[in-house]
Design a protein around this ligand. Structure first.
Ligand code: C5P
Length: 210
């Protein structure tokens, strides 16, 4: 049976990095489900649609180009915000469900990170992590990331914090698949951990089940 590791958490909690490292460690496939919502957000923008309109967002969700999952264009704060808006539409979430569930079953195992993997996409995952960190720490990580990518034009950290808080609020309060730990998720707070320490902690939580 395929082993499924679900890694959920808010923006910049470290869940993506941890998921990637866990997948490499175990030799499993990795899916960043946030990239799917980002591709939908970008698709709506490119089609000059309105992300708040469900029909526009669903149209983009049906035409996702998975080859663009590594495109740096989906990593901007603006596309993150679009992703958060389109992801609140139930029909968009439904349109992405089959792809995620099919991916989840790839042998010998998968690591999927997102917001609702342990609660909705893979409620029967072998093991579930919920990765969190304070909003300030997460905003600072984003600032470091974006400044390194674009040294000539570092972003405003206060604005990043406000964006993270806005995105969190929308992700946590939406009616469908809100961001929250599954009842059987193991919590990992990375506020005071660097990447190596966070990975060691994640491995300690996950290994007994894998
Ligand atoms: O993880 P990332 O920041 O790339 O996700 C972008 C946005 O996509 C999130 O703010 C969230 O609104 C949405 N998302 C979601 N469900 C997931 C993954 C991401 O709603 N499983």
């Amino acid at each position: 049976m395929t082993i499924i590791i679900a890694v959920d958490g808010p923006a910049a909690s470290g869940k993506g990095t941890l998921a990637k490292k866990l997948a490499k460690h175990f030799g499993f496939h990795h899916l960043d489900s946030g990239a799917l919502y980002r591709l939908v957000g970008l698709g709506v923008a490119e089609a000059h649609g309105d992300p708040k309109k469900e029909a526009d967002a669903v149209e983009a969700a049906r035409h996702i180009d998975h080859r663009r999952a590594d495109d740096p264009a989906i990593r901007t704060a603006a596309v993150g915000m679009l992703a958060s808006i389109v992801s609140a539409h139930p029909a968009v979430r439904q349109a992405l469900l089959d792809y995620q569930r099919t991916f989840a079953k790839l042998p010998p195992g998968t690591v999927i990170d997102g917001r609702d993997i342990g609660t909705v996409v893979c409620p029967d995952a072998t093991v579930k992590l919920f990765v969190d960190a304070s909003a300030e720490v997460r905003a600072h990580r984003r600032w470091l990331e974006l400044s390194a990518a674009n040294p000539g034009d570092p972003p405003d950290e206060a604005r990043l914090l406000a964006e993270i808080q806005e995105r969190d609020a929308r992700d946590r309060t939406r009616a469908v698949a809100p961001l929250k730990p599954a009842d059987d998720a193991q919590l990992l707070d990375t506020s005071n951990l660097d990447i190596d320490a966070a990975f060691a902690a994640a491995l300690a939580l996950v290994s007994p089940a894998v």
